[in-house]
Ligand binder design. Sequence first.
Ligand code: ATP
Ligand code: MG
Length: 137
Amino acid sequence: MEQTLSIIKPDAVAKNVVGQILARFEAAGLRIATTTKMQLSQADAEAFYAVHAARPFFKDLVEFMISGPVVVTVLEGENAMAINRDLMGATNPAEAAPGTIRADFADSIDANAVHGSDSVENASNEINFFFAQREIY
Ligand code: ATP
Ligand code: MG
């Protein structure tokens, strides 16, 4: 069964909408294989977003991701990666389709509520970044 990684970012955690976002995953047929709340360190955030290290927004992205706790979840289901990306909506909430998580809960391209793996291969790497196999059921 396909797995993907979701992060509810500090803005959405601060808004107290963790349960509402997790409920959307379940309503779309995805199963929560594991979930945990954590505070990322700067090194964590830099390593997780290393692919964006050369981008002009990297420093702001890392600062935002460590500005408060996040909720990291492994979602499981058929086409889990693509389904989660559809639920999230576009990176810039101003361009996100109505009814998507980012349209409903995000304020800006920086504070955009959620992260989701963008390929099945990246999903596997991102899941291994946060979790040991015995934590995922
Ligand atoms: P994420 O990886 O967080 O799921 P995404 O895959 O939709 O989001 P990416 O292109 O991977 O978007 O960018 C990672 C994050 O970097 C975005 O979520 C956003 O917060 C930030 N970001 C991306 N592009 C910009 C930009 N042009 N200006 C500012 N921040 C940006
Ligand atoms: Mg991305």
